[in-house]
Design a protein around this ligand. Structure first.
Ligand SMILES: [Fe+2]
Length: 241
């Protein structure tokens, strides 16, 4: 699919194709979340944010693993994925199951391919709806108990959701989306990640991405933008690490 920064393996491409057959919008969302995840991880890496974790998994690998964060939606009824308006509590519970269904699917894949990539993908699939304040699902873990990768995907996931038309609402402006994410710092999201995201939000703006000649930035040009802005990104000593 167009716009990826990282390379997709055959397994990832195959899974995305299956997701696309079920629901094209879910597959496109996964690709965009993969891109935003890599971008955000790169910015955090420059800022020195929890670098011990980002050294274990490069921004590129994390972006590729994030492609599969919603793979569990393969196990959710299509009607539910496309349903406009509010879900009943029972339906919401069913939809939330995509986290653990994704974990199950990826654990099986991991048995055949013991690379860090699938281990990471499994972690992202199960934990990307956890919240910093512990009010998320499926496990209700909080703060740094949530793996860093999943905290990054949580922001990337919501950023793309807010910037996209959904069957129940229209897309929001980029500035409104940034504002809504930053309002959730310390509640839904890791406050340190939100702070760095806010500082270099321009690098994520679709307007700026459009300047690179596509829906998403060309990797090298985007890196120029990030590294050009890196002087404004505070170093790790300014943040909790
Ligand atoms: Fe999800």
């Amino acid at each position: 699919m167009k716009g990826k920064l990282h390379t997709q393996s055959e397994v990832e491409s195959g899974i995305l194709e299956l997701l696309g057959i079920k629901d094209m919008e879910t597959a496109a969302h996964c690709v965009r979340v993969g891109v935003y995840t890599e971008m955000l991880a790169e910015v955090l890496y420059i800022a020195g944010y929890e670098n011990h974790a980002l050294k274990r998994q490069s921004p590129e690998e994390l972006g590729a693993a994030a492609l599969l964060h919603d793979v569990g939606k393969l196990a959710v009824r299509k009607k539910l994925l496309k349903r406009p308006g509010c879900l009943t509590p029972k339906e919401r519970k069913e939809l939330q199951q995509h986290t653990v269904r994704g974990e199950d699917i990826l654990r099986k894949l991991e048995k055949h391919d013991r690379t860090l990539r699938f281990e990471m993908a499994r972690e992202l699939a199960v934990f990307h709806h956890e919240r910093w304040d512990g009010e998320g699902y499926p496990r209700g873990i909080a703060g740094t108990q949530i793996p860093l990768g999943a905290r990054i995907v949580a922001v990337a996931d919501v950023l793309d959701a807010l910037l996209s038309d959904r069957c129940y609402r229209r897309s929001l402006s980029f500035s409104r989306a940034v504002q809504m994410i930053c309002q959730q710092a310390g509640a839904q999201f890791d406050p340190g990640i939100c702070e760095i995201f806010r500082e270099c939000r321009e690098c994520f703006s679709p307007h700026r991405a459009g300047q690179y000649g596509g829906e998403f930035p060309n990797k090298e040009k985007w890196k120029d933008c990030v590294y050009g802005n890196s002087k404004t990104i505070k170093r790790s000593t300014d943040y909790r690490v």
